[in-house]
Design a binder for this molecule. Structure first.
Ligand code: AMP
Ligand code: MG
Length: 317
């Protein structure tokens, strides 16, 4: 049976991609399953390998902002400001799509999501290719995004997939997505580690489309990032009731408590918590606990992206 293989050879990965193949690549947010954005068959293969519904659009990763004009029909001034200030980095901009952009990428919409990643290995790969890549998270649909090579390999075991080595992802959560469409105030479609405050978008309203066209953010609608083991919030009562059960795993937030099962303190600082959250879920899943209990982090803006992701994987009850 073929198995995923790791490599440091950027030219080997670039050559595979330029021939229409797929490869897993590091980015500063999470690992991506990459394909040439101008090759419809390769883009289709990404949807198939992930098991991703064709209604869930892909983000296009560019070598630098000079490529934006190939992908966006127009770039509002506020988008130019955000590009200048935050690219390369973990910010995705949703802009009006250039007519040449494949509607497979945009899931039939007239907008396109663009990002210039800052991960040095990814940046060098994009420079080598001189072309754009789609790169949704390198996991099967509805599973946790991988933040290191080993977790990509787990997701695609049995597949002949080349994984470009880039070490553990620095950010650890998917990018912040901001829609900047003509004659509309910018709107945050997905929170990320770059906060509303940092982006200078304090006043951004919830998003509505001028033409009545819904800008769908499919990942936001359903439970999207599930570990194998069921995850639940933990409170004092849960700690008391389940703390001595060896089969229950715990994720703490800067205030570890004595428990019998496996536990991890992700700390009280949101940056480090975000960086290690997904890897911790993979590690806990590997121990096959009966459930994972998560102590709720603080409820403030710095923790918004973490709450957003946790709310997608935690079950009620
Ligand atoms: P990811 O799964 O992290 O690669 O991110 C893809 C996500 O980007 C999708 O699930 C959408 O939430 C968002 N996205 C991509 N393209 C668009 C678009 N044209 N309009 C709105 N959101 C988009
Ligand atoms: Mg994803």
């Amino acid at each position: 049976m073929p198995e995923p293989r790791q490599t440091r050879d950027i030219h080997q990965v670039a050559s595979r991609l330029s021939k229409g193949g797929l490869a897993a690549i590091p980015t500063e947010t999470v690992y991506g399953l990459a394909a040439l954005a101008t090759n419809d068959q390769a883009v289709d293969a990404v949807f198939v390998l992930k098991g991703r519904p064709s209604s869930n659009p892909l983000i296009v990763h560019l070598p630098d902002s000079s490529h934006v004009s190939d992908w966006a029909a127009s770039v509002p001034p506020e988008a130019k400001r955000l590009m200048r200030e935050f690219w390369p980095g973990p910010l995705t901009l949703v802009l009006p799509a250039h007519e040449s952009v494949s509607r497979r990428i945009t899931a039939g919409q007239s907008t396109v999501a663009l990002r210039v990643p800052s991960h040095p290995v990814c940046a060098e790969l994009l420079r080598t290719l001189g072309a754009a890549l789609v790169a949704p998270s390198a996991n099967r649909s509805n599973r946790i995004s991988p933040t290191c090579e080993a977790h990509v390999a787990l997701q695609f075991s049995g597949e002949d997939l080349l994984i470009l080595e880039g070490g553990p992802c620095e950010v650890g959560l998917e990018s912040t997505i901001v829609a900047v469409l003509p004659d509309q105030p910018p709107a945050i479609l997905r929170p990320g580690v770059l906060t509303r405050e940092q982006l200078g978008l304090r006043e951004s309203p919830a998003f509505t489309s001028a033409k009545g066209e819904p800008v769908t953010v499919p990942g936001q609608h359903h439970r999207h990032y599930a570990p194998d083991s069921p995850a639940f919030w933990a409170d004092e009562a849960a700690l008391k009731q389940l703390g001595d059960r060896a089969e229950v795993a715990w994720i703490f937030c800067g205030d570890p408590r004595p428990v019998r099962g496996p536990s991890k303190d992700l700390g009280a600082e949101p940056g480090a918590y975000a960086q290690h959250l997904y890897a911790t879920l993979y590690e806990m899943d590997a121990l096959n606990p009966s459930e994972i209990r998560v102590i709720p982090p603080p409820r403030c803006e710095d923790w918004e992206a973490i709450h957003n992701r946790l709310s997608r994987l935690i079950r009620a009850g």
